[in-house]
Ligand binder design. Structure first.
Ligand code: XIL
Length: 292
């Protein structure tokens, strides 16, 4: 029936995918991306990042992001804006529609040990930049769900604890944070076992949660065994979201291996998504369906 149909049938708000402008000239790709039975939500992978929207100081360009927002509106898909405040993909000078749903306001604020990451924001303002960003985002868009997003917070651990403590403090201080985004850049055979307990710990803070950038990479070459493990791993992640009512949806970080960011960043790894490079569904697809 399609992944979004399955997700909605289990009470979720959406199943979605990242995408971006460069891929929209690929007609067979667009045919699947625009199928809102598969994808009820999309996220621009790059075109709403600061280096895309203000390449020269004071000169704003929203056209790339608008293409994605318009694509979502045209296809009846929710939009997650991504991302306002992040240490990466900043412009070099710094050394909206009713259909919008959520914004990743602050991205990757923590190191893996739970200390705050050093960035131009942290170095200049201390951790107060986080509250400032959320207040500014709420003022700019009172209707959008405002998320703090990070990786390696899938299971229990130091970084998850740091996120829990931060969000508790933000809420105590009256900062408008609505959700915790769990990126979910995971490794085949190494998915944490305590996902559900971790998601419940976040939910107990009174925020919603979402899996915002899911992919599960493997060391190439692909083998049937690795694909079977990947299927089980996708099922495990989806099942954890399915089991926790506060988990509103899942976004994969693009849907086809043809446009995955993994091989360019993790040398020798890839095949992280549920459709292969030729748009054929992999066992992972069935894992997602079974997980819901
Ligand atoms: C990635 C994009 O997919 C790539 O195209 C780009 O070159 C680098 O950024 N965490 C995030 C995303 O929050 O914005 C990143 O996206 C992947 C890691």
């Amino acid at each position: 029936p399609g992944l979004d149909v399955v997700a909605k049938s289990k009470g979720k708000l959406y199943f979605g995918s990242a995408t971006d402008n460069g891929e929209l000239n690929d007609a067979p790709y667009v045919a699947i991306l625009s199928d809102n039975k598969e994808f009820g939500q999309i996220t621009p992978g790059n075109s709403m990042k600061w280096d895309a929207t203000e390449r020269s100081r004071g000169v704003f360009t929203f056209s790339g992001g608008d293409v994605i927002a318009n694509f979502a509106a045209a296809n009846g898909q929710l939009l997650r804006g991504h991302t306002c405040v992040w240490h990466s993909q900043l412009p070099s000078w710094l050394t909206t529609t009713k259909d919008k749903y959520a914004w990743d306001v602050v991205n990757e604020a923590f190191n893996d040990d739970g200390t705050f990451r050093t960035s131009v924001f942290y170095t200049t303002l201390g951790s107060s930049y986080i509250a400032t960003a959320f207040h500014a985002a709420r003022a700019a868009d009172p209707d959008a769900k405002l998320y703090i997003n990070d990786y390696n917070i899938d299971g229990l651990g130091a970084k998850s604890t740091a996120m829990t403590n931060l969000v508790a403090q933000l809420k105590a201080d009256g900062v408008p944070v609505d959700g915790i985004g769990i990126q979910g850049h995971l490794i085949v055979g190494a998915v944490p076992n305590n996902l559900q307990a971790n998601f419940e710990q976040f939910a107990a803070l009174g925020v919603e949660i979402a899996i915002t950038e899911l992919d599960i990479r493997l060391t190439l070459p692909v083998t049937p065994e690795k694909l079977a493990q990947q299927q089980a791993d996708y099922q495990k992640v989806i099942a954890a979201c399915a089991a926790v009512p506060a988990c509103v949806g899942v976004t994969i970080w693009d849907w086809t291996d043809k446009y995955s960011w993994i091989p360019s960043v993790f040398s020798g790894q890839g095949a992280a998504l549920p459709w292969d490079e030729t748009f054929v569904k992999k066992p992972a697809y069935d894992g997602i369906v079974a997980g819901f």
